[in-house]
Design a protein around this ligand. Structure first.
Ligand SMILES: [Zn+2]
Length: 346
């Protein structure tokens, strides 16, 4: 043995150890490589023994070369261990978090839910409370208390799905959120300021504009000396907040609903073309949002509120419609197809 031959042997051992470390496919294989290149039977262990036969002046240099070997191989082992996903912390193998996730993505709220929450925020800011009610309703709350007696033509426009509960009274999936207004007035003393968002049902065939299930939001205010001016002012404030545009104009045209008198169709100036006319507003400059009116005295009487003392206004609109206008969506069906390519955009 000479210092030259030892240097050559250590060089060769380093090259072979580095490639063995790099080839280790998992942590178990790596542990085996560690024994092979640093253990008692490794090439360097034998070299260490043969150092004794070197001339005394060459021994320190051989020792230095051996510890350089150990250091560089330890380094290579640690680096490879991190690559394979395990870092040894006091004997326990833990995952290396710096390697990143495994492609899991966080979801988000459905567009209709987002719109609903934004609207709720606007109305809560105006001092309204959120009211909710059952989706399976009885005839009284869905129709009769709302001034829609049996055989009233408005019933045929709101055909729905009926539920057989074995009782004589008829139960149905609610055709609008208005029964929540009835339930609120039955259970609370005026003054009342509520909005009722929720799912509603009609016997409709699914097409681009209609769906057997959709969402509505209704606003109800009952107080002393309320007039149509209060209704118009509330709608204007709400519409300007909804579209984040202080120049939005409102338009009311005479309409008929059994539960409001007088009633009006509610439209806002097109926020896309400022009333000039575009595709979204069908070149009319106006976008129809829903209906509104002063609560019919017959409805107040039905729930035991004195119409001589209290007045009320109400308005309602479809949540899908608001989302369609806001995001320029043509098809109501896209809300229910559960196609992630559509949903992920919002
Ligand atoms: Zn327009």
């Amino acid at each position: 043995m000479t210092i030259a031959s030892i240097t050559a042997e250590i060089d060769a051992a380093t090259t072979s150890a580095v490639s063995l470390v790099a080839e280790a496919a998992d942590l178990v294989a790596l542990e085996e490589v560690r024994r092979e290149v640093l253990g008692k039977r490794s090439v360097v262990a034998k070299i260490k023994v043969s150092i004794k036969s070197l001339p005394a002046q060459d021994r320190p240099e051989a020792g230095r070369l051996l510890s350089l070997y150990s250091e560089s191989i330890e380094e290579a082992l640690t680096a490879r261990q991190a690559q394979l996903g395990g870092i040894e912390v006091s004997g326990v193998s833990v995952p290396d978090l710096s390697l990143g996730s495994h492609g899991l993505e966080r979801g988000h709220l459905h567009l209709v839910t987002q719109v609903r929450r934004q609207l709720e925020d606007i109305f809560v800011g105006l001092g309204y409370k959120i009211a909710e009610g059952p989706e399976v309703e009885d005839d009284w709350h869905n129709f009769e208390a709302l001034n829609i007696p049996p055989a009233h033509p408005a019933r045929s426009m709101q055909d729905t799905l009926y539920v057989d509960l074995g009782a004589e009274e008829q139960f149905m999936l609610r055709t609008h959120t208005s029964p929540v207004q009835i339930r609120t007035m039955e259970n609370q003393e005026p003054p009342i300021y509520v909005v009722a968002p929720g799912r509603t049902y009609r016997n409709e065939t699914l097409d681009a504009r209609h769906s057997p299930i959709f969402h509505q939001m209704e606003c109800l205010a009952i107080d002393k000396n309320l007039t149509m001016a209060d209704l118009f002012g509330t709608i204007e404030t709400f519409a300007r907040q909804l579209f984040d545009d202080d120049t939005v104009q409102t338009r009311f045209r005479s309409d008929f609903f059994p539960y409001t008198e007088p009633s009006a169709e509610l439209a806002v100036s097109c926020v896309f073309c400022s009333g000039v006319g575009c595709r979204v507003c069908s070149h009319t400059g106006w976008i129809e949002l829903g209906g509104c009116g002063m609560v019919d005295p017959a409805v107040l009487s039905a729930v035991g509120i004195d119409p001589e003392k209290w007045q009320g206004f109400a308005f309602g609109f479809g949540l899908e419609r608001i989302a369609m206008i806001r995001y320029g969506i043509d098809e109501i069906r896209t809300f229910y197809d559960n196609d992630l390519r559509f949903l992920a955009q919002y």
